[in-house]
Design a protein around this ligand. Sequence first.
Ligand SMILES: [Mn+2]
Length: 241
Amino acid sequence: MAFPWGFDPFDELAVIDYGDCWFDAHNPLSIAPSIVQHARDIFASGAKMLTFGGDHFITYPLLQAHAERFGKPLSLIHFDAHCDTWPDDNPQSLNHGTMFYKAVKEGLIDPVTSVQIGIRTWNDDFMGINVIDAPWVHTHGVQATLDRILGIVGKRPTYLTFDIDCLDPAFAPGTGTPVAGGLSSAQALTLIRGMGSVNLVGMDVVEVSPPFDHSEITALAAAHIAADLLCVLRNQKMAAK
Ligand SMILES: [Mn+2]
């Protein structure tokens, strides 16, 4: 039984590990199209995706595939220390700091009904996306944060992306660009467990870097976040019956 849910999500959800997305590392420009096609193949089965990174760049082709499947623009719930909306007008760049600049510009996501949580790096331009920065979460608490998130996305089709560096390095040291002052795993799990009313069309957990990890602290936090997302989906499935 999963805590605090009191059920096993796998009793109701048919879940499989679909394995890795193969791509040709010697042909970098083929990577994004490979991810889009991989997602299309999974959607053809009728399944939803919970994807694990790897580099946060993967959210960009995943958003392309989800927008194709569920319609655009999608709303975005984005947990991160970084906004990843730094300008980048090079269509060939593979960059984990510019995906949401491109996603807004290309109409994949609607900034007005999207929200970033845990931000604590400076950017002059958030592309119109709502920002609940880490100090705001710490000052106002998780319930007020959750209320804002749910109010911003409403019932719209929503993609959720969780960059593990949203968590403080104390809770997630194994990542490429850690920033002090982040959320605790307790805060993050409370927020994830409160996502029941969100129309979740797709999810990912990214930027876990095992070579940088210690005692699997980061992997443990990411696994809990992913498991709780499955519990949210299980409850949504039961409510829809
Ligand atoms: Mn980040």
